[in-house]
Ligand binder design. Structure first.
Ligand code: GDP
Ligand code: IMO
Ligand code: MG
Length: 426
């Protein structure tokens, strides 16, 4: 049996949570493989709305096992708050949610270091979510991190050592009092984590695969935020690409099956960093307001622009995407025409390849104009009802991207999802 991977192809917030929830009935186990509470994955069904940060999005359907993998960074205080709010809505999670002993812990001082790093960058700041993601992964790579499994043995000693290092790095920027204020909730979170089964998730997942169980890996962030291939340094601190599922769960590349690449019919980005197709006009505003493009974690307005097929082709290549999932076309229901960027013009020359530097290079997007469908997609429940201009738009994307579109999402609700059966002509 193989493990399928679902991941974002743009700058995050593509709608991963919604689609993982939709696909959950097909799987036995759902695992997060990287990132942490910088993620905000939104699910809507039966008139309810949930935003998940660290808990995988397979938690709501059919009593499936959900795993927080070794590649994830976990903030105990935020985790406790997330679980308590899920439990308040009637979810019983304790037996179904397991946590890798090798997942790294986000300490209160990591959050302070995140803030200090950002303020030291001035106008070059990354615009992080402020959740301590960068400093936690830095400690992991520099072999100074604390892991979930560490809470089971001599933890206070290991914690004190880590905090003393961080205090030196913070160089007096925050007082002991600032740290103590965060520590109370954090230690309550540490005790809370012990309610869950802490596992050797790599063993658990490989045993499951070998015994014929179906596993889905859920990505966080998006390919253009990947630490190696994203718009560095305006990226997150983990490998968001498919290879991250191998290291973040301990599964071998030969066990990877389908790779679902998810993207919006337009493009968004939160935080700083280059964005070649960004719109600063009323079309950008229409996308932001129509798509409710405000961060699910920070509430920040998301920057909006036309779909960027140069970046998408690059992301598809890096991930070995086998099936595409298109989200939020309904946001453009009233548009008379739609643009898609098919190439970049750099120094007068057109390229379809994603360049090394998109920050300091002047990039002129080359657009094609496509006809809008000017119909309400949100009530459609079968591909046979697609307006012809919308079908033509999907066909155009499949030709440009050379991968079939398998799922079309036409609204935030679980029910507003069309699984395509007919693969259009290529
Ligand atoms: P994620 O981080 O990739 O899980 O995505 P987010 O949850 O941060 O952002 C996606 C937003 O779009 C959420 O508010 C969803 O409820 C919403 N959404 C998802 N799919 C659709 C869709 O097809 N149409 C519309 N209009 N909204 C959608
Ligand atoms: P989901 O999983 C969108 C962005 C931040 C910032 C950069 C680095 O919901 O798609 P970090 O806190 O990770 O150090 O911030 O990455 N970012 C996201 N943008 N969606 C996300 O997650 C993001 N997680 C981080 O805005 O630009
Ligand atoms: Mg999100």
């Amino acid at each position: 049996m193989k493990i399928d991977v679902l991941l974002g192809l743009q700058w995050g917030d593509e709608g991963k949570g919604k689609v993982v929830d939709v696909l959950t009935p097909e799987y036995d186990i759902i695992c997060r493989f990287q990132g942490g509470p910088n993620a905000g994955h939104t699910l809507e069904f039966c008139g309810q709305k949930f935003v998940l940060r660290s808990v995988p999005s397979g938690i709501f359907q059919g009593g499936k096992i959900n795993i927080i993998g070794n590649g994830v960074v976990l903030d105990p205080a935020l985790f406790k708050a997330e679980i308590e709010s899920l439990e308040a809505s009637g979810q019983v999670l304790t037996d179904r949610l397991k946590i890798s002993k090798k997942a790294h812990l986000i300490l209160p001082t990591h959050r302070l270091l995140d803030a200090a790093n950002e303020s030291s960058k001035g106008d070059k700041k990354i615009g992080t979510t402020g959740k301590g993601i960068g400093p936690t992964y830095t400690d992991k790579i520099s072999r100074n991190g604390l892991r979930v499994g560490d809470i089971l043995c001599n933890f206070s000693e290991k914690y004190a050592q880590a905090v003393s290092r961080h205090r030196d790095l913070l160089n007096g920027k925050y007082s002991q009092n600032d740290i103590q204020l965060l520590e109370k909730e954090w230690f309550e979170g540490i005790e809370f984590i012990k309610r869950f089964e802490l596992i050797d998730s790599e063993q658990y997942i490989n045993n499951a695969i070998n015994s014929g169980k179906k596993v889905l890996a859920e990505g966080a962030q998006g390919t253009m935020l990947d630490i190696d291939f994203g718009s560095y340094p305006y990226v997150t601190s983990s490998n968001t690409v498919c290879a991250g599922a191998c290291t973040g769960l301990g599964v071998a590349p030969r066990h990877i099956g389908d790779v679902y690449g998810i993207f919006k019919a337009y493009c968004t980005r939160v935080g700083s960093g280059p964005f070649p197709t960004e719109l600063f006009d009323n079309v950008g505003d229409a996308l932001r307001n129509g798509g409710h493009e405000f961060g699910s974690v920070t509430g920040r307005p998301r920057r909006c622009g036309w779909i960027d097929l140069v970046a998408l082709r690059y992301a598809i290549m890096l991930n070995g995407v086998t099936q595409l999932i298109i989200m939020k076309s309904d946001v453009m229901d009233n548009f008379e025409s739609i643009k898609a960027c098919t190439a970049y013009k750099i120094d007068g020359k057109e390229t379809r390849d994603f360049p090394f530097d998109i920050e300091n290079t002047k990039i002129e997007p080359v657009y094609v104009d496509l006809q809008g469908w000017q119909r309400d997609l949100s009530q459609i429940n079968s591909e046979n009802q697609f307006p012809s201009a919308f079908a033509a738009y999907l066909n155009f994307l499949e030709k440009e991207l050379n991968v079939p579109i398998k799922i079309v999402s036409v609204g935030p609700d679980r029910a507003q999802t069309i699984i395509k059966t007919v693969i259009s002509d290529k």
